[in-house]
Structure formats: structure tokens, C-alpha cells
Design a protein around this ligand. Sequence first.
Ligand SMILES: [Zn+2]
Length: 402
Amino acid sequence: MASTSTASLNQSVTGYIHNVTPLRHGVKRQYFEGVLQQRHKVCKVVVFKVELHSKFLKIEKDRCPVQLNNVVVQPSRREDGMDILFTHQSKWCCLTSIDYPYNPTIMVTIQDQTISQILQIDMEYHRVNITAKLIQRESEGHAFLQDDVLLEKAVYTIADTTGIMELTVWGEQNLQLDSWFYITNVSLRMFRGTKFLSTTKDTKFTPTTCTDPTFPLQPTTSEQVTGNIIGAKVTIIYICPLKHKLHNMALSCTRVLCDKCDIFYRTDAITLHTHARLKITTTTSDEIKSVNIENHVLRATIQIPKNATTDTIMDSILDLPTMNITIHNHYITHLAYPEKSHTDTPQPNSPLVHFSPPTQPPAPSEDLAELDLFMVESPLDTQPKVNQPTPPSPTSIADTPK
Ligand SMILES: [Zn+2]
């Protein structure tokens, strides 16, 4: 249900407003957020009509029930969760009463919690602080923000003395495994019944000294198989030095225009980012597995020259011999040649053509909070959705005349 990317326009919702944030600066405009306590659920509300900020603060303080009209309700990445967008077309009014009470326990301040406490929280939208150790880096991947900016992600297994969870870390972070961190402002998420944590734009990692033993790690959730790749569908994305997705990249040209930067880049300043959907057969079962593979794992296995096309990459993938394959959540996290590799196969980690951007690009967006609204791809989703249209952004919704 929540996996569709359709937004419902012109909706009316009622409830109590909690947790109104300060004004935030998005990529293109200001906004603030709050939480709407409805009868049976709690939804995030994103308000783009910033002139209402003091009104919303007062509504929250007065605990006044409200009706929000003409809002956009769209699925968030949480299971069955919806986010509410209060656009420039939306209206609000105070109600005299609604037939359920204000819930004062919806937390205004973010509290320090242990993993076992977090696993007991039954709130759809909830932020916590946590002290935990990074145990394993499970997988890496990427997603695009609404502005076509590529954002890296990595999934870690973290543990404290009470339990184990997965944490999705957005953006490039240099985090040391086997280290303890005090991690603030992480968001509790749910996907297909499994709870996990996700960093937000406010998340900070502070190393801490802690020697407590961690909760015993269960057998790894990664699966190791020996198998053959029998099918592949490769996608190539070209990225400008500031990590924008490029449209109309022509390899034959010496320069390429980035619409977002509004500048022409030398073709050799452009990064080729690739990922693929694969079908594999394994030696242990008759089942044909569907898995995904991301850029960094592909590059560690096959040569991807700068003039690579989807066809040449697919050929290289389908030419691979029987491989040792590690799979985590339907993503291949490691591909290794069998012990005695064929001499005619390309060697892993062979020199690759690498396009280093001339300068270190800045963080793609200061605004990871918007990820919650605009992420095309779900962190644990099994199918890449690169070919699907991006959900409508508030701009396009707000600017579309009724
Ligand atoms: Zn750009």
C-alpha cells in the first residue's frame, strides 16, 4: 500500500498539532514541520506556507484541534505511513472539539533510548538519541533527492547492551566500525514490519568511549551462495561534480551541460554511476533469485571504462564465471571469484578509469529531512525504482492549477 508513489491532492485531515520545528531552509524554499496526532496515528506535516509558523506554534501551545484542508497526503517510506504536505493552496481552521483527547505523551523533546526501548516504541514517526556501537557495514547504495542530487547511503548493524538494529546512514560519513557513537536525532522507521533507524539532517555522530559488551550478535543476516548470473538489466547514471543527475549526456561531446549547476563540465569531470538488477541461479536451490547490485560492488568486480554503455557492462556481468556471492536484503554486497580463478577473467580491483571531481563536492543537500518526503527508493526495498517517475514535488503540486 505504502509502496505506491501516488499522492492524494485536496485532502482534509483533522487532529492535534505537536512538535512544530523552527523554520528550516530547504533546497529551494523555507518550510517547517510538525506532527499531526490523528485518531489512530501520528503523521508528519510539512508546512511550506512559512507565514503560518507563529500560528502553528500557538495552535500547538493551545492544544487546539485543527482541520487542515486542501493538503497533499503522500506515502512516506514507512509502512502504511503517510506524510501531509501543507502547500500554498492549503487552508487551516481551529475546530471547537474532536471526539478524541489530546495526547500529551507525544514527545516534544528527543530522548536518549536504548535499542530495546526503541524496539518497543509503537509510534509511526519518532526521533531518538542512542548510544551504540557500529558492528557491521551491511550494504551501500544511493538514492536521489527531489532535486536530482545523488545521495549515498549505507546500512549498518548497530548494537548496544540491550539489542541490535539496523541504521541507514545518508550521505557520506567516515564512520569507524567497532566504535561507539552517541547518535542524536535518528528517526525510527518501519518497513514491512521491521523497525530500523535512519539518520536525519539533524543527526550527529559523536564518538564515545564505552567498553560495555554489546548484545550478542545473531547469525549474520547476509546470505552466502555460489551462483551464476544468468540475467542482468543495467542502468547508467551520469553525475556532475556536484552530484546532480545529468540528462542528455552525450559521450561523444567534450563538454556536457548540468541544468542544475547551469554550467558546462568537461566530460572527464563527469562520474559514471551504475547499478543493475540481476537474476542468479545458485548451486544450492532451483530457485532463480532476483537481486540488485550497486555501483561500488560492480566496480570492484568488473572493469567499467569511461565509455562504458549498458550493453558493455551487461556483457561483462553475464561473462562472469560461477561466483561466490554475498547477499544482504536482496542486494549483492560482495562478489568474489572462486578460489582458483580463470586466468582469462578480469581480476577484481583492476585499475579502473576513475573520474575524480576537481574539488571535493559539498554535501549534496543540507536538508536530509526532505528525504523522508521525496526519496524515490526505499532503503530496504527489493526493486530499484530508477525507471519510475519521481513523486511530485511540492512545487509541482503547488504550482499545478486545480
Ligand atoms: Zn550540477
